[in-house]
Design a protein around this ligand. Structure first.
Ligand SMILES: Cc1cc2nc3c(=O)[nH]c(=O)nc-3n(C[C@H](O)[C@H](O)[C@H](O)COP(=O)(O)OP(=O)(O)OC[C@H]3O[C@@H](n4cnc5c(N)ncnc54)[C@H](O)[C@@H]3O)c2cc1C
Length: 432
């Protein structure tokens, strides 16, 4: 039966001829064989939380929400083997009950593990790679229905290829993840003026386990989110404070401010200054990892994000501020700055260089195209690489040149899936 696809942000929509929610690996393989026999294309979708059209289906759309089990936990090696459909939020809880934790998390845990890994989802912390760097084994179902096992003992050379795969190599059936001992996070956050922040970035990166910066353009302060790994006892916010921070301020106050700014853009600078005053307060708490790494689900908005070499962070932010002022863009959402350790995955934006990820976000589409254009120009001037699940408009040549192993990936992808069974319009355009 036809299925209407819509991603979380609502900016990517389409129709699949058939929608499947298999329960077992055999069922997944049967769907693949059926698709190939009928010359149909296949797309996988997790939580549909990507802004780019990576999960946009054509013929068959497969979701693994019913294929979501933890298969094995090895407490001694601190490793967990899971089915691709498990949501990160569920995995977080099961790991904690077993004295383990994922080494790092992004801003939300709603994603399916396979979706998050496949796109190079990242958190922050210069000593920590993106989530896919924690993957030590993967079981892929290929376009002919066969199984490819990749691990430290089998086809090891393919690990850097498959970790970030954009869903085009096959179906991620199982993943083994290297976890760490369970830990808590001490949140010691405050705000600093924009210029002072730029000067302090190198020092802050080195002295903070997980550093994140939030800057609302047109406003003077930058939120300096500093999270430290600790075994200290939990010292959480009161439930009243949690309600104020996560429900009232986000779902009521911020939503109202965004709408107001969208109707009357000239109010945006004053609104952002007010948000500085209300939101950027000194914090001191100790909480479970996801209570600190994750933020409440934000209002639906647009996002683009690029990674540049960490050394260029301050200069790039300065240029971004100049561009916003020069083009007179009223930017109503935060600019988010995060830091990620270099890795060796072929399609990683942090490939072989410690990276500063800069995210440009906006509510409403009034200034969006102009903002993305100016933002991408700045990012490319610093050798930037797009973060795959976010929006990017740069042409294929520019993108392929920014990833040193892009051509190698393309060749291997076309060898594993010569008929492009796992392609859609976007990946066909990128990889041919
Ligand atoms: C509010 C919000 C906050 C976010 N915060 C962050 C953040 O902090 N850091 C960050 O890096 N990203 C962040 N993201 C982006 C998000 O992590 C990625 O878009 C991620 O891919 C979403 O996972 P998903 O399960 O929704 O995958 P989908 O969007 O459904 O799919 C993503 C890709 O994975 C493929 N895929 C899914 N399952 C499989 C499978 N089993 N086998 C093969 N391919 C598969 C799909 O085909 C597609 O190509 C955020 C998104 C939102 C909406």
């Amino acid at each position: 039966m036809a299925y209407k696809f819509k991603n979380w942000a609502g900016n990517v929509t389409g129709t699949a001829e058939h929608y499947f929610q298999p329960n077992s690996e055999n069922e997944i393989i049967s769907i693949v064989k059926d698709a190939v026999a009928k010359n149909k294309k296949i797309k996988l979708v997790g939580a549909a939380h990507s802004w780019s059209a990576l999960a946009l289906p054509t013929h068959y759309l497969i979701n693994l929400d019913n294929y979501n089990k933890v298969l094995e936990i090895d407490k001694e090696k601190k490793q967990v083997r899971v089915q691709g459909g498990i949501r990160i939020k569920n995995l977080n809880v099961i790991l904690r009950e077993n004295g383990l934790s994922l080494a790092n998390l992004g801003s939300i845990s709603e994603q399916s593990i396979a979706g998050a890994i496949s796109t190079g989802t990242h958190g922050t912390g210069i000593k920590f790679g993106n989530l896919s760097t924690q993957v030590i084994a993967m079981k892929l179902i290929l376009a002919d229905g066969s199984i490819l096992n990749i691990s430290e003992n089998e086809n090891t050379e393919l690990l850097p290829v498959v970790r970030i795969n954009l869903g085009v190599l096959g179906i991620v059936s199982e993943l083994t993840i290297q976890c760490v001992d369970v830990f808590n996070l001490r949140d010691e956050s405050y705000a600093l003026p924009f210029e002072e922040t730029l000067e302090k970035i190198p020092e802050l990166i080195q002295t903070t386990d997980h550093l994140k910066l939030w800057w609302f353009p047109h406003a003077p302060l930058v939120g300096i989110y500093r999270y430290f790994r600790t075994q200290e006892e939990l010292r959480p916010r009161s439930s009243f404070q949690k309600f104020i921070d996560d429900s009232f301020l986000v779902n009521v106050f911020f939503v109202f401010m965004l709408r107001l700014g969208d109707w009357f853009p000239k109010l945006v600078p004053s609104i952002n200054k007010l948000i500085n005053k209300i939101h950027f307060k000194k914090v001191s708490r100790i909480e479970k990892t996801w209570e600190v790494f994750n933020v409440p689900m934000p209002p639906v908005h647009y996002e683009t994000e690029y990674a540049i070499a960490v050394e260029h962070a301050s200069e790039a932010l300065k240029k971004l501020k100049e561009m916003i002022e020069h083009k007179k863009l009223y930017i109503n959402f935060v600019v988010e700055v995060r830091f990620v350790k270099a890795d060796d995955s072929w399609l990683s934006p942090a490939y072989k260089r410690n990276a500063c990820y800069i995210g440009a976000y906006q509510y409403g589409d009034r200034y969006w195209k102009e903002y993305v254009k100016g933002f991408e120009e700045i990012m490319f001037s610093f050798g930037g690489r797009p973060h795959w699940p976010k929006e990017f408009t740069a042409d294929k040549d520019k993108i392929s040149k920014s990833f040193p192993e892009f051509e190698q990936f393309r060749l291997l992808k076309n060898k594993l899936d010569p008929k492009g069974v796992f392609n859609n319009g976007l990946t066909q355009h990128l990889f041919g």
